[in-house]
Design a protein around this ligand. Structure first.
Ligand code: UDX
Length: 429
């Protein structure tokens, strides 16, 4: 099938590459001419496991190409996916100006029936607005359908999530685009839910907010564990074996970050407010997430007391493992807070050092994870990179001025760390 994806960011680029991989002919459109040039020259604007190879193979096979022209994308495809950013505004609501602009561009370029699919995360009822906009700006009376098809990929696992989705959600007002949408997704062999457009849009915000709630819930339980001498991992394991609950997203730590959960949570609260409902439960999820950072910082100051002139090593800068994305990263926030208290930092991340350099000033970036602790008063683990489990613990302990390790992601076993001679503090254990 002939598909185009408008917006070559995280969602757009990975979606385009995966659609091409299963045999569709895909045009990825982006208004940023520099990014298009980079991709045309074989470069990658983001790090995502397996993505570079996927893009290269499909470009070589002639199934994937990049352009800065929306007209080119619209003209040469039957199904047009919108995957542009929907950034948060200062009041928590969503900025839909990119979606609106793309709807107008599509309308201007359409000369035959098209299915316009929204993949970006948008407030419920956006699909109707997109349809109205296309109708208004379409030069001739061309037929089209608008579909909501939210994306559930996780950064760091984006290719895997797209190639093997748990489910595909297709929301539409009319039956006409259903068969074609099913054909687009048939090669992925995933369960397909066909529903109305409003429900499809709500599924995305409801799912992400629920996952954020799950994390805040276990973080709150972790606080009770600390106060009572219980172990949050044991509690999470016991809870997670109930298949109605499940073990995933029950890892206590520094709290959630990234470009999705914080934004989607604020958006869902705002959408609910607009619709006349005070979603107080989700406000509490936000509050617990914010306090989690404060509690962790207090653990550090309770132990080190004054941070001025202290040297602290930080392992992890990305908002989670397997990504170089530092947007709304709890690790970056932690670094900035430690700096504010007067500490000097030595930091390392397996993939996010370049991106972190654009945000963090006056820190020492260290290439070797085992060298970060050298001369430091304490070491902090801020991101759950599995690599950190391979730390040379003997070397790290010896290179610290005091063998203090704050583990914000519960990567190590407390008993084992004590055996290695560390004063080890983690979350909820
Ligand atoms: C999320 C959703 O998982 C995905 O379905 C949606 O499409 C986009 O938003 P992403 O932001 O890439 O994906 O990351 P995710 O793996 O969900 O982690 C989000 C944050 O939660 C990270 O900061 C992570 O460290 C934190 N987290 C996750 C926890 O603190 N504990 C957990 O148990 C799981």
């Amino acid at each position: 099938m002939k598909l185009s994806i408008i917006g070559t960011g995280y969602v757009g680029l990975v979606t385009g590459a995966c659609f091409a991989e299963v045999g569709h002919h895909v045009i990825c459109v982006d208004s940023n001419a520099e990014k298009v040039k980079l991709l045309q020259a074989g470069g990658m604007p983001i790090y995502e496991p397996g993505l570079a190879e996927l893009v290269q193979n499909n470009v070589t096979a002639g199934r994937l190409r990049f352009t800065a022209s929306t007209e080119d994308g619209v003209e040469n495809s039957d199904v047009i996916f919108i995957a542009v950013p929907t950034p948060p505004q200062s009041d928590g609501s969503v900025d839909l100006s990119f979606i609106e602009a793309v709807a107008r561009e599509i309308a201007a370029a359409m000369t035959s029936y098209k299915i316009v699919v929204d993949k970006s995360t948008v407030p419920v009822r956006t699909g109707d607005k997109v349809a109205e906009t296309i109708k208004r700006y379409c030069k001739s009376k061309v037929e089209f359908d608008v579909v909501s098809n939210p994306e559930f990929l996780r950064e760091g696992f984006a290719v895997e999530d797209l190639m093997k989705p748990d489910r595909v959600v297709i929301g539409t007002r009319s039956p006409r685009p259903v068969q074609m949408m099913q054909d687009v997704y048939a090669p992925f062999h995933a369960p397909i839910i066909v529903t109305d457009i409003n429900s499809a849009e709500l599924i995305k915000h409801a799912a992400n907010s629920f996952l954020a709630l799950k994390i805040s819930y276990i973080n709150a339980v972790a606080n009770i564990c600390e106060a009572s001498g219980a172990n949050v991992e044991e509690v999470a394991n016991g809870m997670g074996m109930d298949i109605r609950i499940g073990r995933r997203f029950l890892n206590a730590g520094l709290g959630f970050g990234g470009s999705c959960f914080p934004k989607d949570l604020s958006a869902f609260i705002k959408i609910s407010e607009t619709l006349g409902y005070d979603f107080a439960l989700l406000k509490e999820v936000q509050r617990i997430n914010a306090t989690q950072m404060e509690r962790f910082l207090k653990k550090i100051t309770d132990t080190l007391w004054v941070l001025k002139d202290k040297k602290i090593g930080v392992l992890g800068l990305a908002f989670k493992q397997n990504t170089d994305d530092c947007r709304q990263s709890p690790a970056i926030e932690l670094c900035q807070r430690l700096q504010k208290e007067g500490a000097s930092l030595r930091v390392h991340d397996p993939k996010a050092m370049e991106k972190a350099k654009e945000i963090l000033q006056n820190v020492t970036f260290v290439e070797d994870m085992n060298a970060v602790a050298e001369g430091c008063d304490a070491l902090v683990i801020a991101t759950e990179w599995p690599e950190f489990k391979q730390l040379d613990l003997e070397r790290v302990r010896k290179s610290l001025t005091h063998p203090i390790l704050f583990d914000g992601r519960n990567l190590f076993d407390p008993a084992e760390m004590e055996r290695h001679g560390f004063i080890y503090k983690s979350v909820g254990r």
